[in-house]
Write a protein that binds this ligand. Sequence first.
Ligand SMILES: N[C@@H](CCC(=O)N[C@@H](CS)C(=O)NCC(=O)O)C(=O)O
Ligand SMILES: [Zn+2]
Ligand SMILES: [Zn+2]
Length: 191
Amino acid sequence: MAPSIHPLIDNGITPGSGTFAGGKLRCRCASDRVEVTLNSNVAHNHACGCSKCWKPSGSLFSIVGVVPRDAVSVTANASKLSIVDKEATIQRYACKDCGVHLFGRIENDHPFKGLDFVHVELSDEKGWQEPQFAAFVSSIIEQGSHPKEMDEVRAKFKDAGLQTYDVLSPALMDLISTFTAQKSGIRFANL
Ligand SMILES: N[C@@H](CCC(=O)N[C@@H](CS)C(=O)NCC(=O)O)C(=O)O
Ligand SMILES: [Zn+2]
Ligand SMILES: [Zn+2]
């Protein structure tokens, strides 16, 4: 059987709702679940093939989007959360018992600081923004995917209507480079 990209992509993408305003994420423990309440839909939702983003077992990709950090609150069992890698740019808060990542947060000076990274599949609600593109696609090779499978993987994204990138999408790469330019003193008129 062909490997699963991700359950939200394998059988066709379901569009989100433009009026959906958020919901709750829950970890996968049988009881005492960690609960995170999001008072916003996600933006820039995408598939990520990197080794650091949480993905369901059996899937090659994570689905991850961003929400303003002010829209994120831990509403149950916060004591079960711990940071996966304190040195990483994105501090990913995982449930110590089931391993699911509830949210990722940036504390350093960074273009995406102020946005938290979340996985909408941890919610029962419908209406979350659907995946918009695939990022860090070549990174799946680093986790053992065969280089010769890459054409098939990219073709699956194309069939689902998603562009593939080996880092981030052009819009996000432009944001990062704009931030870097501004840090070096360059000023742009009319941004
Ligand atoms: N090839 C690397 C890429 C890792 C990477 O750069 N991930 C991106 C996308 S999530 C990132 O921004 N990471 C920052 C972080 O993990 O803190 C891997 O698969 O581990
Ligand atoms: Zn859990
Ligand atoms: Zn990632």
